[in-house]
Design a protein around this ligand. Structure first.
Ligand code: UDX
Length: 755
């Protein structure tokens, strides 16, 4: 089966070179190219040279569109001919010293900085900052919260939204249109993680900003939606006013040769098809210093002007070099500055704190996007706050923050910066993040989500009519009109509370429903060594950095790949057996996990043959075949396949894997020791269900979901005559339509702030 995520795999084109080195690698990934470059289907293309080198051949073979393949071939040919990369670059910095015939940067130390300065207002004209916000994803409420925290009428805000994040783009455009000093880039790029496009985007944004005659800014500061200020805007302005001519860039602080290797600066990369392809080695140009570190910085207008408009060949040479560089924004500005006439303006401090925990953040998690192992910082939690206070250097921002992971830490920062919120402020502990909006169309939604959201609506509307609810609401009858219009994740006090689904009904009203998960974990009476287990969970999209499932609600369908994760306290070394049992009592998988004394998390995704049989699965943890813990999870019977109602030919989807075998090896011999009941009847029943369609199938889906989810509430957008007793969403604390002042962008205050 084609694993290229929908891209068509062409026949391997004719290519010169050593065919032994072809790697038959496939990758999961999206099609399309940077800035929507047209996809050509030119099969007649053949490279202009003999492509040699393992990396280049591998990239050429893996590229999923012919456009990208041609780009790779052309770049490699130019590179092989020595025509792509500058070999020697002129250096304009006068601060140099030669050691072992290499040019080294003169040490740039920190600044003299006295903490109490921060509050003093300087008499000279305060400078103006342009904040460049580079954002992606869907966390619009965190982005508005950030804007609220950094906003002042005298500064400027320029926002680039990843071309793929349409929901965020639409929302933020609407929410900021009334502020004259907030603008969204009128063009957008697919800015993949670590991609060359990130630098292209910065350079283009800088040019835009320099060409806006009405925006007279002095400093350029970039932020992502996961950054947050740790000091007030006034403190930052005062600080920068004292160091108007300095450029703040954090260097890696290690051995430079090691940095170059680790960073892959001595490798040629090319971005296409939303991937950074590694194409081989390249020398570092002679005559200059290469440096790098963090891609979060504060730059003076004059340096940004220099980078944008200078005719110095050094800058054009570096633009060429960094066009083919992984994580280019982590090195381009450092390198240009340190070789430029303004090299003396460098301060080796980017004014930020980054929450690095490399043990968790460097797990090669981007290898599907870049041919390299990259790292990411961790999200701040309240216990990390101490790090922010223990710094001797001046810092004004920290990263990263994600409200879906922890919002309390932002509340702590807000209280520190702006004071405690007034008591009774609504929505303080709530966090809402959109996962589906009909305005984007159905393109982004999976069959599993589509099935679950529709089923949730049926369940809630059914309950509204039911006699058991008469006391809460006068029985109300509604019929859904089309598919739900919106779905949000709802968190309260940093705990996932379930899904909020919005639905238009035939009488014209809009309802929002809250579906709450029911817990299913059973931990056996713990004695002796087995009391280490804290939790056992099954879901998909395990994030090893934050150690959470990004599939918060654990909605899993027959074609998904569930993962089982165990959390442990420290204790004695032990080995446990993990057993997966399908709804018809097939022992789908059994494996042992060694839990050493320090282990806090263990996780494993058994390679189960799909489709998984719909119904209730259980995962058991056993120690010497004694039960330690058990959790149940649901494989949802799908009411749609490829977004269309299930057809008669779709029975295979609900029949489990061929011959009932989930793995090559059968574990059925374990059914005795696991005390599993006989299978014959339940299997017959399950096979009958696999033929269910329409109403019968919907009932099966609804009944299955009902044992894992319950209706937490229903509200209506506006008062309706059909059901006047139903609460109004804006007054309903859990509703995504209720007040959330911490993220609301209101009018500009007397003091120029939004809060
Ligand atoms: C960090 C640091 O930025 C970098 O210095 C370090 O080397 C890697 O880790 P990380 O947290 O991994 O970055 O990346 P993230 O914040 O997700 O992305 C960096 C920037 O690219 C952000 O502004 C982000 O919004 C943008 N981006 C990322 C996109 O626009 N689209 C994406 O798909 C991913």
């Amino acid at each position: 089966k084609d694993r290229l995520g929908g891209a068509t795999r062409r026949q391997k084109p004719h290519i010169y070179g050593n065919h032994e080195t072809w790697h038959n690698l496939t990758r999961e990934g999206d099609t399309g190219s940077v800035e929507g470059a047209p996809l050509t289907t030119d099969h007649s293309f053949s490279p202009k040279c003999e492509i040699t080198g393992k990396d280049a051949l591998s990239a050429y073979a893996r590229a999923s569109t012919s456009q990208c393949q041609q780009e790779i071939a052309n770049i490699v040919c130019l590179h092989q001919a020595g025509q792509l990369m500058p070999q020697r670059v002129a250096r304009y910095c006068h601060l140099t010293e030669r050691i072992n015939n290499r040019i080294y940067r003169k040490g740039t130390s920190g600044l003299q900085w006295n903490e109490p300065d921060a509050g003093v207002v300087l008499s000279e004209k305060p400078l103006r900052i342009v904040y460049m916000l580079v954002v992606h994803g869907r966390a619009v409420r965190q982005l508005t919260r950030l804007i609220k925290a950094i906003y002042h009428k005298d500064h400027f805000y320029y926002i680039h939204v990843d071309q793929r994040s349409n929901y965020l783009h639409r929302e933020i455009t609407q929410l900021t249109e009334r502020y004259v000093n907030i603008r969204i880039t009128p063009w957008r790029m697919v800015t993949i993680w670590g991609g060359a496009s990130l630098l292209t985007m910065y350079l283009r944004s800088m040019k835009d900003l320099l060409e806006m005659p009405d925006w007279k800014w002095d400093f350029f500061i970039n932020l992502s939606a996961t950054d947050y200020p740790t000091r007030t805007n006034k403190e930052l302005v005062n600080f920068l006013s004292k160091f108007r001519d300095k450029n703040f860039l954090k260097s890696h602080g290690r051995d430079n040769a090691r940095f170059i290797k680790k960073q892959g600066l001595d490798r040629l990369f090319h971005e296409c098809d939303s991937h950074m392809w590694r194409l081989g080695e390249r020398p570092i140009p002679e005559g200059i210093v290469v440096d790098g570190g963090s891609d979060w910085f504060a730059l003076t207008r004059s340096f940004v002007e220099y980078v944008t408009f200078t005719e110095d060949t050094m800058v054009s040479d570096f633009k060429r070099f960094y066009k083919y560089t992984l994580l280019p924004a982590e090195s381009f500005f450092h390198t240009v500055l340190e070789n430029s006439p303004a090299c003396g303006s460098l301060v080796d401090n980017n004014l930020r704190v980054t929450n690095w925990n490399r043990k968790l953040g460097c797990r090669c998690q981007y290898k599907h996007i870049v041919d390299w192992c990259g790292c990411s910082p961790n999200d701040f939690k309240p216990q990390d706050i101490a790090r922010l206070q223990q710094l001797s250097r001046p810092t004004f921002f920290a990263r990263k923050f994600e409200s879906s992971v922890n919002q309390e830490v932002l509340d702590i920062l807000d209280a520190h910066l702006f004071g405690e919120p007034p008591p009774e402020t609504p929505g303080l502990k709530g966090y809402w993040e959109n996962i589906y909006s009909s305005v984007e169309g159905m393109g982004g939604i999976s069959d599993v989500d589509m099935t679950a959201y529709s089923s949730f609506i049926r369940m809630a509307l059914h309950e509204l009519q039911g006699p058991e609810k008469v006391k809460r609401w006068t029985a109300c009858r509604f019929s859904p009109s089309g598919f739900p219009s919106n779905a949000e994740l709802y968190f309260y006090d940093d705990h996932f509370q379930g899904y909020l689904i919005m639905q238009e009904v035939q009488s014209g009203e809009t309802l929002e429903i809250w579906m709450m998960p029911r817990g299913t974990l059973k931990v056996a009476d713990q004695k002796g060594v087995t009391n280490r287990i804290q939790s056992l969970e099954v879901s998909s999209e395990w994030d090893p950095k934050e150690r959470i499932f990004r599939n918060f609600g654990g909605l899993i369908g027959p074609m998904d790949e569930p993962v089982a994760v165990q959390r442990w306290t420290r204790g004695v070394n032990l080995t446990v057996t993990v057993v997966w049992i399908d709804p018809t009592y097939i022992v789908a998988a059994s494996y042992d996990i060694a839990v050493d004394s320090e282990a806090d998390y263990t996780q494993y995704k058994p390679a189960l043959t799909r489709p998984l049989r719909p119904g209730v699965w259980s995962v058991r943890i056993l120690h010497f075949w004694e039960m330690v813990a058990e959790v149940q999870f649901l494989v949802i019977p799908l009411t749609v396949r490829n977004k269309k109602p299930l057809q008669s030919g779709d029975s295979w989807l609900h029949s489990g894997p061929p011959l009932g075998q989930y793995m090559e090896q059968s574990f059925q011999a374990l059914s005795g020791i696991l005390n599993l009941p006989p299978r014959a009847d339940i299997e017959k029943e399950a096979n009958k269900k696999s033929e269910f369609r329409s109403k019968e199938l919907e009932n099966w889906t609804d009944d299955s979901l009902r044992s894992f989810w319950s209706v937490g509430g229903v509200c209506q957008k506006t008062v309706s005559s059909s059901c006047p007793s139903l609460p109004i969403c804006s007054d309903t604390h859990w509703s995504s339509l209720s007040r959330d002042p911490k993220s609301e962008l209101g009018p500009v205050g007397q003091d120029g702030h939004l809060r």
